[in-house]
Design a protein around this ligand. Sequence first.
Ligand code: NAG
Ligand code: NAG
Length: 337
Amino acid sequence: MRPPGRVVFVVWTLCSAAAATAIEPISTSIAVGMAAALTGFLATYQNVLYYFHECCREEWISLNGSGLEADLEKKLFGQHVASKVILKAVTGFMENKNPKKPLVLSLHGWTGTGKNFISHLIAKNIYRNGMKSSFVHQFVATNHFPHPGEVQTYKAQLQQWIRGNVTSCPRSMFIFDEMDKMHPGLIDSIKPFLDYYEHLDGVSYHQAIFIFLSNAGGGKINEVALRFWDEGKERTDIQLKDLEISLSLDVFNNKNSGFWHTSLIDKNLVDFFIPLLPLEHKHVRMCVLAEMKERDLKPDETIANEIANEINYFPKEKEIFSVKGCKTIGGKLSYYT
Ligand SMILES: *[C@@H]1O[C@H](CO)[C@@H](O)[C@H](O)[C@H]1NC(C)=O
Ligand SMILES: *[C@@H]1O[C@H](CO)[C@@H](O)[C@H](O)[C@H]1NC(C)=O
């Protein structure tokens, strides 16, 4: 048997060979030389090797369409509009051998409605390592870009990161959380990457995926959901078109939504604005049950009901929608079990 350290080294060389071609001729020739010398070995042990070290290859990155569909159906609650759009958008993009631009999704909704969760489900069903993949990058505005005075530095840094990561793996995913707290100039700086350009300085971004998460527009979405409820209509009759236009206008015109009033919207660089509806009592209950299952607990309807009863709902006089969606149920469940 060969020592495992050596195997990992060989795989590293192999993974880097593809990436290096775009960067630097010298390291390329070295890598290619090494790879060539090892071809016999690699051919035999290829499948075993890929298993050990994540590579920017189909073995590690490919869409599990049925997995995504099942996850959206069974793990995400009360979001029929978002589920449908996401599945269609992601499947369509991943199956397209020659996309003309990267996939750009913008998810909007109140706290706890599932924005982060959805981005994790997408990552999980494309990257074998899910959110832990070295090809999935998450930026949280208040964490990565906290100081307004440093926007110029952040801009340069962000552009460099995106360019660097897409250069080493075209199928990279970038998640921007708390878009509403992000300096607008910052997001404008990544605009060229989202556009239809064939190449930018020799790099093509057409295989990349950008996901923006934001509370902006949440109020508008809640208004629509409440209107349906007031008119006695089914929640499931709400369609994307009921929300999409007012959503993008609202986000665009609202200066405090921070990120937009940028050229991303007027140039149609966002492929889909995806609204997340406020959650009702029954959805919170489903979240609790799902969380129990996740923790290997026996699903308990009584506890689920109690937890759902305990949290706050709005509007005050009707108490229909959970103020924090499913956000705090994890902690409450720990208290009960
Ligand atoms: C796709 O996802 C489903 C459900 O999560 C899983 O059972 C199946 O093994 C996955 N398929 C592949 C090829 O990973
Ligand atoms: C890729 O992005 C990460 C941030 O997620 C950054 O730390 C890293 O330097 C980037 N890689 C390259 C090659 O630019």
